[in-house]
Each structure stands twice: as structure tokens, then as C-alpha cells.
Design a protein around this ligand. Structure first.
Ligand code: UDP
Length: 247
């Protein structure tokens, strides 16, 4: 048990499917998912209520399949099912660590996991169970970023935590542009006006209109998730108040 009280009571974590790839080009790296599960279960041990939304980009993305000629709606159904696969893998990894987790899907797959029912999800969270929200919003043409903001708002999360491969939001891709500047704090309107790649615009507007704070951090820095929830200033914070640009 942590001695310091956490900065948040209930959090929603968005993991992209890519975060589970490790060094692979497809699928789930068992070492990576186990490490991520260990960090998430540590949050529970701190007394934080944790919801997780996982993407499916490590398996299928609807837009990519549609570009290759597939019907977009079928492709998005495949993308949503990919998120269910990832969610089950995370549930398994968490349970192997002794945590209690429940996958709740926006598409009904009764033999595999629970349906998403908001009141039931809130009850699981109150009981200290990690809830993994699968199948995105359940609708084609949306993303799991939008699902994460939607579920965070629905269950009353204090913050949406977006895990990425870089340590925050930059003015340009820091891998391609060495002059790219990291932002310490941003407003949602700055993100939208400057077209900063944080999440898609639908997800950002949902957060802005419902006053949900967002923190973007680097999942590859082991321990940062726990430090962040413990109150450390990490990554980029996005909120509604207009804040100065720059780290
Ligand atoms: N998807 C969808 N509706 C949703 C969420 C996701 O149709 O509400 C589909 C869409 O095809 C998407 C795929 O699921 O490409 C995987 O989700 P996403 O691209 O958000 O995953 P990530 O990039 O986070 O790995």
C-alpha cells in the first residue's frame, strides 16, 4: 500500500493497441502487456479506481482495411473486435497478478465478456475492480480515443490519461523534427486550433465540452504511470483554462 494519497480517485487510462506491440509488428508482446498490467494493478493497490480503454491498432484498424478495399463498416467491426482481443489479454495479465478485472464490451459477446452497462461498470469500479472497456463506442467511424473520453465522462472519472510513445504533446513529431517543442500545459482550444496530434477532434471536443482533464504521458518510461497518479507533474496536461505554451 502506498503511504501518500493519490492525486486522483477514479481514472480512465487509454492505451493504444500499438502500445502492446513491443518489438513486434503485429499482435501482443507478452512481456509488454505483463509490465503494463503490473503498473495498472499498482494503481489499484494505491486505492485508485481504474478504468482502461484499449485500441486495436496492433491487430486491425478499420481505416486501413477500408483503404485496401474492404467495406468500411465491416472493417470497423473488425477493428472493434480487435479491441476485445486486446482487452481479454489485459484482463488475463491483470488476473495473473492477483488483480480483479472485468471486460465490458460495447458489442454484445455474452460468452466472452460482460456487456457495457454504465451502472454495473460504476459498481465494479467502486468495488476496486479494474474495468476494461472493450469494442470502443460500439459504433463504426469512431475511435477508441473517443470511446475513452466517452466512458471517462459516463463513469465520472477525474481524469483521462492517454498513454503514448513520447513524453507528452509536441509542436511537431519529435522523431522527425529535432526543433519540436514539448508543451507542459495546453488548453483544448489550442489543441484544436493548432491541430496538435493528441487525440482525434471528436475525443478532444468531448473532453472540452465536459470539462474532463487529460494527461498525455510516455508509457515506455516504466513507473511514470504510478508517479503520475501519485501526483507528479509529468507529460502534458490538457485542460479548459487557457495556459501558457511551452514546457
Ligand atoms: N473502432 C470503431 N468504433 C469505435 C472504436 C474503434 O469502429 O468506437 C474501430 C476502428 O476501425 C478503429 C479500430 O476499431 O480503427 C481500432 O481502434 P483505434 O484505431 O482507436 O485503436 P488504436 O489506434 O488506439 O490502437
Amino acid at each position: 500500500m502506498a503511504t501518500k494519497s493519490p492525486a486522483y480517485r477514479r481514472v480512465m487510462i487509454k492505451l493504444s493497441g500499438e502500445a502492446l506491440l513491443g518489438d513486434q509488428s503485429y499482435g501482443i508482446d507478452p512481456k509488454v502487456i505483463q509490465r503494463v498490467a503490473a503498473e495498472i494493478s499498482e494503481l489499484c493497490a494505491m486505492g485508485v479506481e481504474v478504468g482502461v480503454v484499449i485500441g486495436g491498432g496492433n491487430i486491425f484498424r478499420g481505416a486501413g482495411l477500408a483503404e485496401a478495399g474492404m467495406d468500411r463498416i465491416t472493417a470497423d467491426h473488425m477493428g472493434m473486435l480487435a479491441t476485445v482481443i486486446n482487452s481479454l489479454a489485459l484482463q488475463d495479465a491483470l488476473e495473473r497478478l492477483g488483480a480483479t478485472a472485468r471486460v465490458m464490451s460495447a458489442l454484445s459477446i455474452h460468452q466472452v465478456c460482460e456487456d457495457y452497462i454504465r451502472r454495473r461498470a460504476v459498481r465494479h469500479l467502486e468495488k476496486g475492480r479494474i474495468v476494461i472497456f472493450a469494442a470502443g463506442t460500439g459504433n463504426p467511424f469512431f475511435t477508441t480515443d473517443t470511446a475513452a473520453s466517452l466512458r471517462a465522462i459516463e463513469v465520472g472519472a477525474d481524469v483521462l490519461i492517454k498513454a503514448t510513445k513520447v513524453d507528452g504533446v509536441y509542436s511537431a513529431d519529435p522523431v522527425l523534427d529535432p526543433t519540436a517543442k514539448k508543451f507542459g500545459r495546453l488548453s483544448y482550444d489550442q489543441v484544436l486550433n493548432d491541430k496538435l496530434s493528441v487525440m482525434d477532434a471528436t475525443a478532444i471536443v468531448m473532453c472540452r465540452d465536459n470539462n474532463l482533464p487529460l494527461v498525455v504521458f510516455n508509457l515506455n518510461n516504466g513507473g511514470d504511470l504510478v508517479r503520475l497518479i501519485g501526483g507528479a507533474t509529468l507529460g502534458t496536461q490538457v485542460g479548459n483554462e487557457l495556459v501558457a505554451k511551452g514546457a
